[in-house]
Ligand binder design. Sequence first.
Ligand code: CO8
Length: 372
Amino acid sequence: MAEVVISGSGVFTPPHVITNDELVASFNAYVDLYNARHAAEIEAGTVEAKSPSSSEFIFSASGIEQRFVMDKEGILDPERMCPRYPARPDDAPSLMAEMGVTAAQEALAQAGVDAGDVDLIICAASNHQRAYPAIAVEIQQVMGAGGFAFDMNVACSSATFGIQAATDMIRGGSAKRALVISPELTSGHLEWRDRDCHFIFGDVATAVLLEAADVAGAAQFNVRSTACATQFSNNIRNNNGFLRRAQDQMDDRRDMQFMQNGRKVFKEVLPLVSSHIAEHMAREGVVADDLTRLWLHQANKTMNDYIGKKVLGRVPEAGEQPNILQDYANTSSAGSIIAFAQNSEDLAAGSVGLICSFGAGYSVGSVIVERV
Ligand code: CO8
């Protein structure tokens, strides 16, 4: 069986930043407009008044300070409250493909690999902007890659599940070089009009290049092993889908965007993730003292502090468990990969680290890597 290495990673950071203060100012302007327009129904008790958001709450509940987005104006317009992404002609690259290609080019450049030598592309993300043709096949064509390509969606765990799929395919001999690309255009499916979640997500794209060790010129990490697990839950859900028209649900309904019961997710996912990591480490013969770095999913700082402490058996030292969510917010499946891409170069040869994602499904994916 072929050994698999990670030889490059890339991050595309969108051009616009929204700080918590900017987000809250526009949200509260929307709330004032909404409450004024529904004053009579609110008075009559048939419509519930909306409550304002606050930067202090956002930071203390999540650790998020700002987020990057592909369009700022539409999101911050109190009369619109969602990004504006004009439809493109069918023969122009899609927005997700464009974001993904930029991240992928960085990963290829790091490894000194030509796109034409890639024979597998997985576009692994928590939503895809159309049903078909697959975004991955479009990226394959735009980049001039060979082989085959497909889309996959395991919500926040898409990238780690993609890494497992690519690793297994390289080990099994169906590919030599794979790009796992995660263009997370979360701004399109976030409900910016709901104070419980309007602050959570940001846009980004990441890419990881995996190669069979015998063809890799510039290996950075050996992939020692991967582990994926799922357990059904409705606590993070989006009901938008292709049956919408047939179900007479074309109206502006709350459940057509991201919904969650954040408290339940918090409580239920923490034990799931902690035991998943512990079992993966035990199977691989890795103990806490062997781990030099944890690159965790980036949803909530308190959650990460808890997991870091549980995995290492002590409070992680500065830099041992890097967080990027203060700058990027939750970028769904891309979060742990941003943390990895931006905080792995300094590791000494032989250092062992663990990438872990978790989220809707529920899903949890982990990858144990060793610095070459
Ligand atoms: N401003 C002020 N007050 C607020 C706000 C706000 N913006 N929002 C809520 N409040 C209020 C609430 O109404 C509540 O008031 P009260 O006590 O009077 O009822 C109080 O503040 C506390 O609210 P919560 O209990 O909701 O607050 P929490 O401390 O639980 O924090 C979090 C909320 C930050 C959401 C937290 O629960 C959390 O992070 N949970 C984990 C969530 C998580 O990890 N989810 C993973 C989702 S990611 C994923 O799987 C990918 C899905 C696909 C991507 C989708 C892209 C769009």
